[in-house]
Design a binder for this molecule. Structure first.
Ligand code: NDP
Length: 255
């Protein structure tokens, strides 16, 4: 496993945990919930973030701190990380997963939907990075896994703003990876294809939603657990190995 004794000693303060603290944003549903379950199953204490705490608590995972945090609120996110680290020890993994996909045409889409996607998918992800990176750099150990999308590598109709945010995730992740690699910290970008979650349900353009649902129904798409297993695979590699980018989609997804 990834735990390095020099960085995670069994100190009197944190005697109980065999694995270091892992943080998952947007953990109440979909990919985030599956990732939280997988990491918990591997023995990690967790900090789970999202706006709906009832859903985070419903996961019922042991050694888990649940906080209602909107990732666009950088101060609240940083406070939650500090509180969890005081209880469970330093964070060694951040899965920056929270995101929104509001598909639509730029000429018709309400501008506040652009704002939400830019705020959550871009700024929220940066807030997560800011909250954990100084400690990881100091410890010369840690992993940030940014959840992008195949829509962050190629574009699709009606994905203009969403795609822009996910291209931003790829660009920012690569730049960040170069910055922190001399400090022994890893940055991984994971780009899933279509996954069976509630992500599409928030799109308000009914025609676009119907089209996308028809595509989802036409192939056997990924499960959240498929993506979670890719995330844990990347994390479990030795700290000296960085899986820089991982694109994972259903075999039947041609586009
Ligand atoms: P879900 O809608 O199930 O999960 C998104 C999660 O993000 C929710 O749990 C939601 O929780 C949380 N979230 C949304 N806004 C905020 C916010 N402001 N602050 C904190 N948490 C927030 O969808 P997925 O599991 O599919 O999405 C997870 C990630 O995977 C996203 O980044 C998405 O773009 C990406 N992705 C998904 C694909 C798919 O086909 N499903 C494909 C490629 C990438 P709450 O409402 O409680 O805050």
């Amino acid at each position: 496993m990834n735990t390095h004794p020099a960085h995670f000693p069994h100190s009197p303060r944190f005697p109980y945990f065999a694995q270091p603290l892992a943080i998952v944003t947007g953990a109440g549903s979909g990919i985030g919930a599956a990732t939280a379950r997988a990491l918990s199953g591997e023995g990690h204490p967790l900090l789970l973030l999202g706006r709906n705490t009832a859903r985070l608590e419903a996961l019922g995972l042991p050694d888990t701190m649940v906080k209602s945090v909107d990732v666009t609120d950088g101060a609240a996110l940083a406070d939650a990380v500090r509180e969890a680290e005081a209880l469970y020890g330093p964070a060694d993994l951040l899965v920056n997963n929270a995101g929104v996909m509001l598909l639509g045409s730029v000429d018709r889409q309400p501008v506040d939907e652009w704002d939400r996607m830019l705020d959550v998918n871009v700024r929220g992800l940066l807030n997560g990075v800011r909250a954990v990176l100084p400690g990881m750099i100091e410890r010369r150990h840690g992993t940030v896994i940014n959840v992008s999308s195949v829509a962050g590598r190629k574009s699709y109709a009606h994905h203009t703003v969403y795609s822009g945010t996910k291209f931003a995730v790829h660009g920012m992740s690569e730049s960040l990876r170069e910055e922190v690699s001399p400090h022994g910290v890893r940055v991984v970008t994971i780009a899933p294809g279509a996954v069976e979650t509630e992500l599409l349900s928030h799109t308000t353009d009914e025609a676009v939603k119907t089209d996308y649902q028809a595509f989802k129904d036409s192939v056997e798409i990924l499960t959240p657990e498929d993506v979670a297993s890719a995330i844990t695979y990347a994390y479990r590699l030795p700290q000296r190995v960085t899986l820089r980018e991982l694109v994972v989609a259903a075999t039947g997804q041609a586009a």
